[in-house]
Design a protein around this ligand. Structure first.
Ligand code: FAD
Ligand code: FES
Ligand code: MG
Length: 325
């Protein structure tokens, strides 16, 4: 399914409250991080492929040979689509040193991700792309692993499933979507799994139910699972943790708090893990699911809802005006 990009302006747009006051960023800061800007506004991180999975989910493949070589499963990047834009973290859903590209899968949920949806077309470029950031996932010596992706989480968990497969582990994939029409990367994921379980909320494909039903099935059929890796919305990861807790199976999640600099400087990404406060960007983003305080994570993610809503409304209004409305 292909979404229709809108013809929205960018340079002259006001960014969100997060862009300008909370983040306190000037474009020059991003240039410092990137360190290879030929000139303000010069486009370099070219988008070489785009695929739209649904009205709100899209894939961007970006030419960046050095990052493609350096990237490891579990790492993320910070993106600025244009020089007055917000910095947002996105997980590296794939990286291909031979093609010299990295791949992001994005869900359009607010001003910046919708603006990117409208503007990030093949041949265009991102203003800044910083990374790879965060600690690579610990692909250890687990022999049997369940890799769980809920909705968009299918993309970031895929490189981990592939790495486990490459390490010789037996990989059980569990993916969950609201319905079959929203599914993506099923074949790609399946190709790195020894067993594959699909769950849909409406039962249009696989098991009718959420991913915890798939985890239950895997746990019932295999008494020797060493590890479960789960990535998706915080509420999903919370219930995955509660599903595996009684079985005592090590469970790892990739948390997604609000991030600003991504380098341990701002404290925006604090997450309660056990009795410690950790910074997801430098201490994570992977943590022991049984120790993460998901309720705190979810409350923190809602903190800026009012300014995020206002930023989206301002941007939509500017699109309407630009379109002659
Ligand atoms: P807004 O309306 O500004 O925000 C919508 C919601 O997104 C907020 O309520 C908040 O919960 C969250 N959010 C807002 N700003 C940030 C921020 N700076 N950092 C983190 N969360 C924020 N999304 C993807 O679509 N694909 C990914 O691969 C992906 N990977 C991520 C990896 C990490 C390590 C983290 C921390 C987040 C990741 N996200 C990913 C979430 C993505 O960063 C947010 O959806 C995006 O920043 C929302 O921006 P917005 O302006 O469109 O929406
Ligand atoms: Fe600033 Fe982690 S994003 S400390
Ligand atoms: Mg935003």
């Amino acid at each position: 399914m292909t979404s229709q990009p809108t013809n929205c302006p960018r340079g002259e747009l006001r960014s969100s409250a997060l862009d300008e006051s909370f983040l306190g960023l000037e474009p020059a800061h991003a240039e410092m991080h990137v360190g290879r800007t030929a000139g303000r506004g010069t486009a370099r991180f070219e988008i070489v492929r785009r695929e739209d999975f649904s009205e709100v989910t899209y894939l961007l493949e970006i030419f960046h040979p050095r990052m493609a070589k350096a990237a490891r499963p579990g790492q993320f990047v910070i993106v600025m689509e244009h020089e007055r834009g917000e910095r947002i973290p996105l997980t590296l859903a794939d990286f291909d040193p031979e093609r010299g590209t990295v791949t992001l899968v994005v869900q359009a949920v607010g001003k910046t991700t919708r603006e990117m949806q409208a503007r990030c077309l093949v041949g265009s470029s991102l203003h800044a792309l910083v990374g790879p950031m965060g600690n690579p996932s610990g692909i250890g010596d687990a022999r049997k692993v369940v890799c769980v992706g809920g909705g968009l989480g299918v993309a970031p968990v895929y490189p981990q499933a592939r790495a486990y497969k490459d390490s010789g582990a037996y990989v059980i994939g569990v993916i969950g979507f609201r319905s079959r029409e929203l599914m993506f990367w099923e074949d790609r994921f399946r190709s790195v799994c020894d067993e594959f379980i699909v769950c849909t909320d409406d039962g249009s494909e696989g098991i009718k139910g959420v991913v915890t039903a798939g985890i239950e099935q895997a746990l019932a059929q295999h008494s020797d699972i060493d590890e479960v890796v789960a990535i998706g919305p915080p509420i999903m990861m919370k219930f995955c943790a509660e599903t595996t807790r009684p079985h005592g199976v090590r469970t790892v999640v990739s948390v997604n708090p609000v991030m600003v600099d991504g380098t341990g400087m701002c404290g925006g990404c604090r997450v309660k893990v056990g009795d410690q406060m950790r910074f997801a960007c430098v201490d994570g983003p992977d943590f022991d699911a049984h120790a993460v305080d998901f309720d705190d994570l979810m409350a923190r993610l809602r903190r800026f809802a009012a300014s995020e809503g206002a930023a989206l409304a301002r941007w939509q209004e500017s699109c309407y005006v630009a379109a002659g409305g």
